[in-house]
Design a protein. Structure first.
Length: 481
């Protein structure tokens, strides 16, 4: 059956509905486009914030490599982390300075802040160094004037001090700067016997300084009579290299606890030509008695060496005026109070004297021996010490080859006119026996130990047949017990 035909009215209504739907679609499309355009416009004028760059760690070596001499900026988004080795509580460092070490046997770095810091030894600290200044200051690479808020404690850690020598520190000062080291120290002197100012530190390989600030917690305390180990931080100040202790406990006290000193006061001799020529006899001081070997003189310091000696004071001078190859001149101690002595430290200098004059001894005139000018290229200063038998006068220790085995000499110095020190470690009973002594003689010597002190320096005179040693003068001898 055929479908009924639609009326005209229905057709008109359907047409209107189609137009209405079409119009609605167009409006919806327009709104969609408008919103899209608005969103795009909004994105362009108010973009979403960019996430902050990730702050990445730098090694200390990488930071130091940035420094080429002039001040430079550290790149953005950088940080470092290390263990504090400086000690703010002991106050032997500027309050705004912290020294960090990356790890044991790793580099260290000096950081100065814009305000005082109170980080403690062994704190693990992270420092944001983005756009901070790194510069070379008197030979040190330093992160300068870092905002105090850039540093925070992140934990704790431990740095083991590197065991080394002064010679190695001096040879590798840049690599070791800002690191914790430990040396087998043999001397700590200066400061008038106090922890004060620049102190001299020695080990078997060389010498340098350690600095004690005026405001340090231990400033003014007495130095120990001896030291065996010194721990500190390697610092550089121009040509001066230091190992700065942080606190008094960084100095380990040595075996010597008491020192008595021979200052050569009231020098007197039985020689008729004294006070100037002591010669091959003997002399005494306020401290002790000595037997001489060769040419020993008492001169006022200002006769030849007024620019570095104490005004108005007499000194013992040791010259050498014997044929080449002969034993060196010197003197032998004849003490009765040295039982238990452990070390002997002699302070001596090379004299600037150009001659030695032996006063008229009834032979019608003075004996004059001229000396060439000290030549640093070939001449040197050197002193030696060895034991002698207390019962044999000026004769040496009467055991074959013991002398040679127990002789110790200082290093060879190349400059006259300044004082040097040499420390002799007194042989033990075991060392005496190992050198060839029997037990009875070793015990006898240890009960009353005495020594030869001899001049092994060289400084040739015009007469090549005579070995005119560079004259040395003695300032003092310190006996450590």
């Amino acid at each position: 059956m055929p479908l009924p035909k639609k009326s005209n009215q229905q057709k008109i209504r359907n047409t209107k509905n189609m137009k209405t739907n079409s119009t609605f679609k167009h409006i919806l499309l327009a709104l969609t486009i408008t919103c899209s355009m608005a969103a795009c416009k909004k994105d362009k004028t108010n973009p979403e914030p960019t996430p902050p760059a990730e702050v990445k760690s730098m090694t200390f070596a990488e930071v130091k490599a940035l420094s080429t001499g002039a001040s430079v900026k550290v790149p953005d988004a950088k940080k470092i982390k290390g263990i504090v080795i400086s000690d703010a509580s002991a106050k032997n460092i500027d309050s705004k300075t912290v020294i960090l070490q990356e790890a044991s046997d790793k580099p260290g770095i000096v950081v100065t802040f814009d305000a005082a810091q109170t980080f403690a030894v062994n704190d693990e600290v992270e420092v944001t160094i983005s756009n901070q200044t790194i510069a070379q200051v008197d030979g040190e690479v330093v992160l300068q004037n870092v905002p105090a808020a850039n540093a925070k404690k992140t934990g704790t850690g431990t740095i083991t001090a590197k065991e080394t020598t002064i010679a190695n520190v001096l040879a590798n000062k840049a690599a070791l700067n800002g690191t914790l080291v430990k040396i087998g120290a043999t001397e700590l002197t200066g400061g008038n016997g106090k922890f004060a100012g620049a102190l001299n530190v020695k080990d078997a390989s060389g010498e340098l300084t350690t600095q004690v600030l005026t405001g340090a917690a231990f400033a003014g305390e007495n130095l120990p009579a001896s030291v065996s180990v010194l721990t500190g931080i390697v610092r550089i100040s121009g040509s001066n290299v230091r190992i700065d202790i942080r606190k008094v406990n960084d100095v380990t006290i040595g075996a010597v606890s008491r020192i008595i000193t021979e200052n050569f006061e009231n020098i007197a001799s039985w020689n008729l030509d004294a006070p100037k020529f002591i010669g091959d006899t003997e002399f005494t001081t306020a401290f002790g008695h000595y037997w001489t070997e060769g040419n020993i003189f008492k001169y006022p310091g200002n006769l030849y060496d007024g620019n570095f000696t104490t005004a108005g004071r007499d000194y013992v001078y040791i010259y050498q005026t014997v044929p080449a190859g002969a034993n060196p001149n010197g003197f032998a101690t004849d003490y009765t109070n040295l039982q238990g002595v452990k070390t002997i430290k002699i302070t001596f200098a090379g004299s600037k004297a150009d001659k030695l004059v032996i006063a008229d001894r009834g032979q019608g005139g003075n004996d004059i021996f001229n000396l060439n000018v000290f030549n640093e290229a070939v001449d040197y200063l050197q002193i030696g010490i060895l034991p002698r038998d207390p019962s044999d006068g000026t004769y040496p220790y009467q055991i074959p080859n013991v002398i040679e085995k127990l002789l110790k000499t200082s290093q060879q110095y190349k400059k006259v006119g300044e004082f040097y020190t040499f420390t002799y470690t007194v042989p033990t009973k075991e060392e005496l026996i190992a050198a060839g002594s029997d037990e009875a003689k070793a015990n006898a010597w240890l009960a009353k130990p005495n020594f030869f002190i001899q001049n092994y320096s060289t400084r040739k005179g015009p007469d090549t047949d005579w070995q005119l040693q560079a004259p040395i003068l003695l300032d003092k001898i310190e006996f450590g017990f």
